[in-house]
Design a protein around this ligand. Structure first.
Ligand SMILES: Cc1ncc(COP(=O)(O)O)c(C=O)c1O
Length: 421
């Protein structure tokens, strides 16, 4: 458990605030974020790379609550966005347009127009077709689209197949062999400025080695572009920095990461950007849930809680492990699964685990839930999405209200012919 979450007199606290008290006041399921952890992680990474003064673009897909984005922006972070909606959020949270980079394989014309009008720092371009599209939209709007081509370096990040993005078979980026041609194309297209090169290998990456390998692969192309293209000044090395999800897991230490990447980055002498998300947000958040029932069948015990896969999708989607602890400490243990009320066998938060034995009415905390938690939540089974709280020392503030059933049906319309033939 990270230091910002700890037990005080046997009760789990987020910084100085009792998680039990938060659950009483705001109900469950409830996401709780620690502002101090977000800041500590930002500083640890920035300090490790201080010699090259990197621009950190916080990957807001990991947690796009406005209060979280603004906390990161106040530290100096920009934003890595992957949709018009995320660009809207970043701007709403006060991120300067020239600190925003826009990734994603399927940018629509409307999204490109919006980003061009806002004047973002650059698009990370995923295909030759996208170069054409940005060029024609920039001409139509009478402006310039700055671009960095996302190069897929074909490096194995040794992570889950669904979160691996930098291997040759993945849909992301342009492979190295084609990248040179793509840059040629970009240099000849009107309305474009070739600003840099981008890569992202996947996540979570627990070792610095894949980053070093990938940098070695893209270094010759970067050096050549820097020599030949005066506007080529930026190298964005992506995100994916791993965190500890298990108590015995060693997170990627930013100092080891820095030691692995700095030699190549120094040699290249480009402005360096990086775009982690979970490294900041993952262990900044937990999901509090109340135990509803304990049920047994001939095979195992089920702890049935009020949070479900619609609140936290990572366990069924990625077979991800989240540590589960009691909010009020107990020495008692049971063996079983933690499951939600959603009507799917895949609706589990933990499988075949030794767990704290908490009776119905008691509280559990699902740890490391700050990244890809609430942002992946849905209304499946017409469950309103959970409330979100941010803690700052002794203070706690509701940063997103719990959705009501009315919220769940807002926007739906019943045509007047549904009951006629
Ligand atoms: C292009 C890009 N950058 C950054 C990230 C952030 O990854 P992480 O939150 O693991 O750092 C992702 C994650 O999907 C991504 O696709």
């Amino acid at each position: 458990m990270v230091p910002e979450f700890s037990y005080r007199n046997g009760v789990l606290h987020a910084e100085g605030v009792s998680v039990e008290a938060l659950a009483e006041q705001y109900g469950t399921p409830l996401y709780v974020y620690s502002r101090a952890h977000l800041i500590a992680q930002y500083r640890a990474l920035h300090t490790a790379l201080e010699r090259i003064n990197p621009q950190i673009y916080f990957a807001i897909k990991s947690n796009s609550n406005l209060a979280v984005i603004q906390t990161m922006a106040a530290q100096g972070a920009g934003a890595d966005v992957v949709s018009g909606g995320e660009l809207f959020r970043a701007r709403k949270a006060g991120v300067a347009a020239d600190k925003i980079v826009f990734a994603g394989v399927g940018k629509t014309e409307a999204e490109i127009d919006y980003a061009l009008r806002e004047g973002i720092h650059f698009f990370t371009v995923e295909s030759e077709g996208e170069l054409d599209r940005i060029s024609s939209r920039a001409q139509a709007l009478g402006c310039t689209g700055r671009i960095a081509i996302r190069v897929n370096p074909d490096v194995d990040p040794h992570t889950h197949k669904y979160t691996s993005t930098g291997k040759a078979e993945n849909k992301f980026g342009v492979d190295l062999a084609r990248a040179e041609k793509a840059y040629e194309q970009a240099l000849h297209l009107p309305g474009l400025e070739v600003a840099g090169l981008h890569m992202h290998l996947g996540s979570p990456i627990m070792s610095p080695t894949p980053y070093a390998e990938a940098l070695e692969k893209v270094q010759p192309l970067c050096a050549q572009l820097k020599r030949e293209v005066s506007t080529f000044q930026y190298l964005d090395i992506g995100g994916g920095l791993g965190i500890a999800y298990r108590p015995d897991e060693a997170p990627l230490d930013p100092r080891d990461f820095a030691a692995a990447v700095l030699p190549t980055l120094h040699a290249l002498d480009l402005h360096v950007g990086l775009e982690p998300g979970r490294f900041f947000t993952g262990n900044a958040g937990l999901l509090v849930t109340r135990v509803e029932y304990i049920k047994e069948n001939p095979f195992k015990q089920f702890v049935i809680v009020d949070a479900a896969m619609n609140d936290l999708l990572r366990p069924p989607l990625y077979e991800a492990y989240h540590e589960i602890v009691a909010v009020v400490e107990t020495p008692d243990r049971l063996q079983g699964d933690v499951v939600g009320p959603v009507c799917e066998s895949g609706d589990f938060l933990a499988a075949n685990r030794e767990l704290p034995a908490v009776s119905p009415g008691g509280l559990l905390a699902v740890m490391s839930a700050g990244a890809y938690g609430f942002v992946m939540a849905s209304n499946y089974n017409t469950r309103g999405r959970a409330a979100e709280i941010m803690v700052n020392g002794e203070r706690a503030e509701l940063v997103r209200a719990r959705e009501t059933w009315d919220d769940c049906v807002r926007g739906e319309r019943i045509p007047d012919w549904t009951v006629t033939h």
